[in-house]
Write a protein that binds this ligand. Sequence first.
Ligand code: NAG
Ligand code: NAG
Ligand code: NAG
Ligand code: NAG
Ligand code: NAG
Ligand code: NAG
Ligand code: NAG
Ligand code: NAG
Ligand code: NAG
Length: 367
Amino acid sequence: MAKTCISRLLVVFLSLAVSLAAAAAPPAVYILGDSTLDVGTNDFIPECQARADVSFNGIDFPYSEPTGRFSNGLNTADEIVMLMGLKRSPPPFLHLVQNPSTFKSNILKGANFASGGSGILNTTGHYNYKRVISLEEQIQQFSSVRSNITNMTGSDAQTDAILSKAFFLISIGSNDIFEYLLNLTVPPSMTIPEFNATLVSTYEYHLKTLYDLGARTFGILTVPPIGCTPFARAVFSTAVYHNDSCFVPAQQFAQAFYTEALALLQQFSSQVHDIRYSLANTYLMTTTMMEDMFAFGFKDISSACCGNGTYPCNQTASFCSNRDEYLFWDRFHPTQRASELAALSLFGASEWLVSPMNFSQLLGVNM
Ligand SMILES: *[C@@H]1O[C@H](CO)[C@@H](O)[C@H](O)[C@H]1NC(C)=O
Ligand SMILES: *[C@@H]1O[C@H](CO)[C@@H](O)[C@H](O)[C@H]1NC(C)=O
Ligand SMILES: *[C@@H]1O[C@H](CO)[C@@H](O)[C@H](O)[C@H]1NC(C)=O
Ligand SMILES: *[C@@H]1O[C@H](CO)[C@@H](O)[C@H](O)[C@H]1NC(C)=O
Ligand SMILES: *[C@@H]1O[C@H](CO)[C@@H](O)[C@H](O)[C@H]1NC(C)=O
Ligand SMILES: *[C@@H]1O[C@H](CO)[C@@H](O)[C@H](O)[C@H]1NC(C)=O
Ligand SMILES: *[C@@H]1O[C@H](CO)[C@@H](O)[C@H](O)[C@H]1NC(C)=O
Ligand SMILES: *[C@@H]1O[C@H](CO)[C@@H](O)[C@H](O)[C@H]1NC(C)=O
Ligand SMILES: *[C@@H]1O[C@H](CO)[C@@H](O)[C@H](O)[C@H]1NC(C)=O
């Protein structure tokens, strides 16, 4: 089974590499979530302590600029929208609002609301990082964008028509799970079933709110194998439940998250009918790459290129020179290369990784 999956994923990459074609006119893209998709939101929050606007982040970005992406270069948001024919992710919403003269034309093309450290639960990240933009607050920001668009179009019906063609990319959940495992969840001492139920119902509430605001086309990334991050390997290293040195409880939460999200999306889409979505099994996608690391060009899938499991990537940290051979850039996040491979599989894989259709089919991209 595993072998078949691996070769199928490789075939996807080989065929995509020779047949990439730019999309027609790309739709507007609104991006919500955590640090996997953040392209600089947190740079605009002075008190926020989840930051990537410091070297050596961005070492492979043009001019080695630390933009706020938690990556050596581009991140998963960029790699995904590039396959839609865009140059890179739309800028952070918090950047767009600072430029009133271009704000209106920009928001019609999209905006990135994602904030590193944030979660599905609106308390997630606030203890660890002082201040982040929760998914709840990101959706409130999108709601203001909607009212700005309506101010331009003059009617809710026209805004609905515009937004029904837009693509909503969401990646969230890892921080909620990490904080639960670190006993930081509010309220404390929630049992696993209580936590699970809260996470699922809150995610459902957020998706419904987005739907009510006009979102119809969703690309959803679930939680990757966070028990294998350099952070989890180091911080939970004395845990008894250990397997391949990945922290098993975190792995189980990540797998369960996909199962819950799949059930949620199936139920939600049967209720409202007019949504379209691709749900990515980010856990399986990444573990597949890890199991066949050499075929994907990786030589290290367990350590951080920059910093280590307990030390963040900043100017005091040391970093590796062969970035493309690492799965992890820092203690939590993938390298640009790993994000690129993930994006290719979102657009090219079949239903075992992206359900019920892949991003190419969802977005009408010809590859
Ligand atoms: C937090 O989330 C809940 C729903 O999950 C919501 O009722 C509440 O208003 C949110 N916002 C704040 C600031 O607590
Ligand atoms: C956008 O909408 C928000 C909320 O309605 C409003 O405060 C802001 O002034 C609007 N911006 C522009 C440029 O119209
Ligand atoms: C609508 O746009 C006008 C002109 O830009 C602006 O003065 C007004 O504040 C906007 N209203 C809202 C509700 O965004
Ligand atoms: C969280 O709390 C549980 C139960 O009290 C304990 O077993 C576990 O070691 C704690 N985890 C951390 C990371 O402190
Ligand atoms: C998680 O919660 C959902 C919704 O309450 C429930 O359907 C599911 O069975 C739960 N899963 C686990 C693993 O507890
Ligand atoms: C440990 O890892 C192996 C190989 O990845 C897997 O087959 C097995 O189910 C894992 N065991 C547990 C308890 O997770
Ligand atoms: C890098 O992070 C470490 C650990 O948080 C901190 O002690 C150090 O001062 C930071 N270095 C810089 C240049 O910010
Ligand atoms: C992590 O990196 C810091 C800074 O380079 C270093 O002081 C520390 O010893 C490293 N920890 C491990 C476990 O390698
Ligand atoms: C997924 O994407 C590829 C490339 O666009 C496409 O050829 C394929 O038919 C899609 N669907 C499935 C189920 O593989």
